[in-house]
Design a protein around this ligand. Structure first.
Ligand code: UT7
Length: 338
């Protein structure tokens, strides 16, 4: 079981800005119905997805991350030169190395920063957020850029109807800064990994276990493989269980939340979690209909949606929650700062 201690530092980290970006090209359910045996009705009913955005050839995760970061920094009115650390959560790095964070640093024109990539699939963004927050809370850094970016279309088999309907490409970025006082900012988290879930959601080849070969390509092992029903079952249980743990130990219930920003994997998973937490639908942010599952991109994309729709206000108690490949699970509690 993972860490259960609440932060006791005097300095808190806050999210001081958000930006998100999706590539312009749309892949609709109708498009997919021409490629595999599926229908708009099936996809909408089972997942809530209507369309997703897909990159053009040559556009990579760093490009989406840079665009999201530019919007995030512009919204805060600061120059890239002020960034001290860049953390990129992704399972689709531009290449195995160097880290996507290095490519973002160079493209964004950040002169003095360090950074790295973090791989935790759909929980990548909240994990990166927590690592960034610790760097701020420790007093080591004052401006940390956290990006969630994935080009899922680069690892999807567009002849496999069970996976190709779900995923899209996109990125989001937030800026973390020290918080004045201890009323706002990141409050607590409960994260958990369970490697027994590895067989039900993975990309088998391309790593040290199965390096790329003609055989791995022929066997389609460089694509996402998923036992959807097994992941669904785990996600529905874990998202609500972990959220309950986090809320209870902070003396809260779902009724105290102003906004629930979940990972966007399936609308039914989101609504079932909200129901178990006793949360009315109007406090749940859902944009999966427009973007599909963008893996590390979903939570900052949804945060941006919440902000632009005026559903996120200063002082709101916000819960983030995700489950992803690994398994990885994340729940984060914060008070919105701006
Ligand atoms: O973020 C990463 C974590 N991933 C997730 O959270 C994904 C969680 N899982 C899911 O969202 C759902 O399991 C899926 C959307 C992937 C699948 O929905 P489901 O309701 O669990 O469907 P199923 O896999 O149990 O399949 C039911 C039927 C099957 O047909 P039979 O065997 O009953 O005849 C499938 O072959 O639906 C069929 N099917 C499809 N039919 C039309 C599967 N995919 C499709 C499709 N179009 N695209």
């Amino acid at each position: 079981m993972s860490l259960t201690l609440k932060p006791r530092n005097s300095v808190r980290a806050k999210i001081s800005s958000v930006g998100s970006y999706v590539p312009p090209r749309l892949l609709t359910n109708a498009d997919l119905a021409k490629m595999v045996s599926t229908s708009d009705e099936w996809i909408t009913e089972r997942t809530g997805i209507r369309e997703r955005h897909i990159v053009d050839k040559g556009v990579a995760s760093s490009d989406l991350g840079v665009e999201a970061a530019k919007i995030c920094l512009a919204r805060r009115g600061i120059d890239p030169s002020e960034i001290e650390v860049i953390i990129v959560a992704t399972v689709t790095p531009d290449m195995a190395f160097p880290a996507t964070a290095c490519l973002v640093q160079n493209k964004l024109g950040v002169p003095h920063a360090w950074g790295f990539d973090l791989s935790a699939a759909c929980s990548g963004f909240p994990y990166a957020l927590q690592v960034g927050a610790k760097l701020v809370e420790s007093g080591a850094h004052k401006k940390v850029l956290v990006i969630g970016a994935d080009v899922m279309s680069s690892i999807i088999d567009y002849t496999d109807r069970s996976t190709c309907i779900i995923f899209g490409d996109g990125a989001g970025a937030v800026l973390l800064e020290p918080c004045e006082g201890d009323e706002l900012g990141l409050i607590d988290y409960f994260h958990e990994i369970d490697g027994s879930g590895a067989p039900v959601l993975n990309m088998p080849a391309g790593g040290s276990l199965l390096p790329p070969s003609h055989a791995t390509v022929d066997a389609k092992q460089h694509f996402v493989h998923q036992d959807g029903a097994a992941v669904y079952k785990f996600a529905v249980r874990k998202m609500s269980e972990n959220a309950e743990i986090l809320l209870t130990r902070n003396g809260l219930t779902g009724a105290d939340l102003g906004c629930f920003i979940p990972h966007q994997a399936n609308k039914r998973i989101i609504l079932s979690t909200a129901e178990r937490l006793g949360l009315p639908e109007d406090r749940v942010i859902i944009n999966i209909d427009r973007y599909g599952n963008t893996t590390a991109g979903t939570i900052p994309l949804a945060m941006n949606t919440a902000l632009e729709e005026g559903r996120l206000k200063k002082g709101d108690l916000v819960l983030l929650a995700s489950v992803g490949a690994g398994f990885t699970a994340a729940t984060t509690l914060l008070r919105w700062e701006f």
